[in-house]
Design a binder for this molecule. Structure first.
Ligand code: G3I
Length: 369
């Protein structure tokens, strides 16, 4: 290379470098993407496919979703589920003491809108008061029956589907550290739960609900549990709730399809009960992101392909529910790795509406078909 060519060489190299990084080195960070104030009614658009739901609060923890969110936002959903207030620890915190108000708000509001209601959840190892499973198996069994007859009985004929039992297995077997498994000494508490739910409300569709169901190991464990306990044949199981806490890159469409087919082939309904897309993929070390144009597009692409698959399987799917409504309230708005941050707030972007309660690009994408 000629000696006097060096300055020009470096200048050219610098320009190539800048343009090769798409000028990001020079331009200011992109402004957060804005939402849409005009949007279609997703519940109506999907009426011939399946109800489109949202997890809501009825005033527990201080927020009533039906008054907190704009009317034109809440009204697009055709199904609702209690995010927390129907869980055992909240609805019967002490034996014989029932907190009905928040649950009544949700059921009443849903009915006023002609929407269906999912019940969540009757028997779970988490958010369940210790008194329920104290003492002997027979004492715990009697308390389970009393709880389910009281709660499912209060809403008889008003709940379309109950998550009767939530998260009773791990990837490879029963969740043996569940207080219900512990006091029973086996998994027969699951059969009892379905029997008592049927006794309380024979018209409700009774579901087993879990996360990570798209993983072949857990999917097979759930399939084996259903078969081993004869939940469909002898205990009124109607379907499997796939929570669907997913991310931008997982699971694959093939894994979702295989999961739909596994339970549909067993003669069971499939519902996606807690859908959200974590933009951090569960990585607690990633700093908070801005909802940039690129991220809006990635979310729209991801939700777009998922809802296209759902529509292709509409004859097997009987509900799709988002685990929330807007990004200002989602369980994902936190760091999930105490190594880096201990439960600190980190904005996530999993929901169809943004923090300004405007429709996001993903909402426009899944309602344009
Ligand atoms: O907001 C109150 C705060 O005011 C209060 O000081 C604090 C005291 O503990 O509680 C706060 O409420 C928290 C609530 O989330 C806020 O929405 C509760 O502590 C906390 O327990 C609750 O967590 C819920 C979590 O289940 C409990 O396991 C999440 O909202 C809820 O989204 C999440 O939902 C679960 C499903 O039920 C089952 N599948 C997994 C899913 C996500 O974990």
């Amino acid at each position: 290379m000629r000696k006097n060519a060096r300055p020009m060489y470096w200048a050219t190299a610098a320009l190539i470098l800048v343009f090769s990084f798409g000028c990001d080195l020079l331009s200011p960070p992109k402004e957060p993407a804005t939402g849409f104030t005009e949007f279609g009614n997703i519940g109506e658009l999907y009426e011939s496919y399946f109800p489109i739901g949202a997890a809501v609060s009825g005033g527990e923890y201080g927020t009533n979703s039906f008054t907190y969110y704009p009317a034109n936002v809440v009204s697009v959903f055709s199904s609702f589920v209690a995010e927390n207030c129907m869980k055992p620890a909240l609805i019967q915190p002490e034996e014989g003491t029932f907190e009905w108000d928040a649950a009544d708000v949700i059921v009443d509001a849903a009915e006023a809108r002609g929407a269906v209601v999912r019940g969540h959840t009757l028997v779970w190892h988490s958010q369940s008061p210790a008194w329920m499973t104290a003492g002997t198996k027979e004492e715990a069994r009697a308390r389970m029956r009393a709880h389910i007859l009281a709660v499912a009985g209060r809403y008889t004929g008003r709940i379309s589907a109950w998550d009767v039992v939530n998260e009773a297995v791990t990837d490879y077997g029963y969740r043996t550290d569940s207080p219900w498994y512990t006091v029973y000494g086996d998994a027969s508490y699951i059969q009892d739960a379905f029997d008592y739910a049927y006794e309380a409300d024979p018209d409700a569709k009774l579901f087993y609900n879990d996360y990570g169901v798209v993983n072949a190991s857990k999917r097979n464990t759930i399939k084996n549990m259903i078969t081993e306990l004869r939940l469909k044949e002898d205990h009124h199981l109607a379907g499997v709730g796939i929570q669907a806490h997913w991310n931008l890159n997982w699971p694959s469409l093939n894994e979702i399809q295989a999961t739909i087919d596994t339970f549909s082939d067993m003669g069971l309904e499939v519902q996606f009960t807690e859908l959200d897309i974590d933009v951090y993929g569960g990585d607690g070390s990633i700093a908070e992101k801005v909802l940039t144009d690129d991220l809006e597009e990635a979310l729209a692409d991801r939700y777009g392909e998922i809802f296209a698959l759902f529509r292709q399987n509409a004859e097997k799917i009987t509900n799709v529910t988002f685990w929330g409504i807007a990004d200002d309230h989602t369980w994902l708005n936190r760091f999930w790795d105490s190594t880096y941050h201990n439960d600190e707030f980190r904005q996530n972007y999993p929901m169809p509406f943004n923090t300004n309660h405007e429709a996001k690009r993903l909402y426009m994408r899944i309602t344009d078909f």
